[in-house]
Write a protein that binds this ligand. Structure first.
Ligand SMILES: [Zn+2]
Length: 428
């Protein structure tokens, strides 16, 4: 049976660090339990009295055991999208809860963490564009409680770069004065101050993940998902190191169709009108893709809330209850709208990454660089572009796509940014 780190593709160094930290964490718990038993043999070890991590710093060096070495209470996982930041954080959380202290993948601690049902592991996945302060305060409060499983309270914050400033401050306070058994695992694209505040960064250990090589991604698609080797290597290259995206491309014909439509863009840019048409098509495709992925969830949430509120009730108090219910439904709709916006942006960004890959191929071909193309299926078209545009022309186009991504990230209206990009791609 593969252990909890098996899904981390091409990240040997990070996995090594995390294994060592998990072993230290397990040693800390054992050391604390032994100390406790020695001082108060009759009492059961109370986790909140152990102060495991705080005491770790006081261990004299060179005693041979040094149980604290390698473990700390706040971590940041960095890396490009799809490199497995949240996979790494979850795997580490499982290893911390593992009965064997290794992340064996078999014990209840590992299993419940990996399936998202462990009582002492909280996972924050922001659904809107940011994580708000109320959510963070509630989380920090719960994270300070004693771990019910007797090991660690683990808080995983995916997309920690989407914390609001106030939420970041609430988190910082918890990280500055950490409860003894609480571990924070943050995921961000980088440690740049735009992604995570300098003060939070200074209190965390950083685990950098790299963009996994295409052959490592292909290997995992074959081994774990049973995908045919030729499809797996095509999808791994086309997804540019994004494991989840590679799997979707290999399995989902609709994802492949959407990608084909994006890669048809360079061919279709024959004039100003065509450039605007291409912009509309790209935006609408992102909207449709986002709608397809959220509609079902939206509906299920709405039904669940209505059931919980007892919709359709009559009699005394029903009118007042209905007024409260209307407020809750409104809140839900607001959250759903914010999630839809984010899903749309993510879909558009994926399309832009595909498009950037095409112009990158044209650029490397114009430079005769010995690099494998990102999109093997449009290599001939990229070669034609390379001949027509030369390296400079290909580079200008690649930059136009990257500028469009940056503009949308900086909150320029997507349609405006995409139209400007299409015009730049057409004019060259
Ligand atoms: Zn285990």
């Amino acid at each position: 049976m593969p252990d909890v780190f098996a899904d981390l593709v091409g990240q040997d160094e990070a996995v090594d660090t995390l294994r060592r930290a998990a072993a230290s964490a397990a040693a800390l718990l054992r050391a604390a339990a032994t100390r406790h038993a020695a001082t108060r043999p009759a009492a059961r070890a109370e986790p909140d009295e152990l102060d495991a991590l705080a005491e770790a710093g006081e261990e004299p060096a060179g005693t041979g055991r040094e149980p604290g070495a390698g473990m700390t209470h706040a971590w940041i996982f960095t890396g490009p999208p799809g490199s497995g930041r949240s996979v790494a954080a979850r795997a580490f959380a499982a290893a911390l809860q593992c009965a064997r202290g290794t992340g064996c993948g078999e014990c209840p601690g590992c299993h419940t963490t990996m399936t998202g049902t462990h009582a002492d592991v909280r996972l924050v996945v922001p659904e809107g564009l940011s994580i708000g302060v109320n959510e963070m305060r509630a989380l920090v409060l719960r994270a300070a409680s004693t771990p019910s499983g007797g090991r660690w309270q683990v808080v995983v914050i995916e997309d920690a770069d989407r914390l609001t400033e106030a939420a970041g401050n609430a988190l910082l306070k918890a990280i500055e004065e950490p409860p003894p058994r609480t571990v924070f695992l943050l995921c961000t694209p980088s440690t740049h101050p735009d992604d995570i505040s300098v003060t939070i960064r200074s209190r965390c250990r950083v685990v950098p993940l790299r963009q996994p090589p295409a052959d490592a991604v292909a290997e995992v698609l074959v081994r774990r998902d049973g995908i045919a080797p030729d499809v797996a290597s095509w999808a791994a290259a086309a997804a540019q190191g994004h494991v989840g995206r590679a799997r979707r491309l290999a399995r989902d014909p609709e994802a492949r169709q959407r990608r084909d439509a994006v890669l048809a863009v360079p061919r279709r840019l024959t004039g100003v009108g065509a450039a605007f048409d291409a912009a509309s098509a790209l935006i609408e495709a992102a909207e449709a893709e986002a709608a397809a992925s959220v509609t079902e969830v939206d509906e299920a949430e709405r039904t669940a809330l209505q059931t919980a509120l007892g919709a359709g009730g009559t009699g005394r108090g029903a009118a007042g209850a209905m007024r409260g219910a209307a407020g809750q439904l409104k809140d839900l709709e607001k959250r759903q709208k914010s999630r839809a916006t984010r899903t749309q942006r993510d879909a558009l960004d994926r399309a832009l990454v595909d498009l950037a890959g095409f112009y990158r191929d044209a650029l490397t071909m114009a430079l005769r660089a010995p690099v494998a193309p990102v999109h093997t299926d449009t290599a001939a078209l990229a070669e034609a572009g390379a001949q027509k545009w030369d390296a400079e022309g290909a580079l200008r186009r690649l930059e136009a796509v990257l500028e469009c991504r940056a503009a949308i990230e900086a909150n320029v209206k997507p349609r405006i940014a995409v139209e400007a990009m299409m015009l730049a791609l057409w004019r060259g």
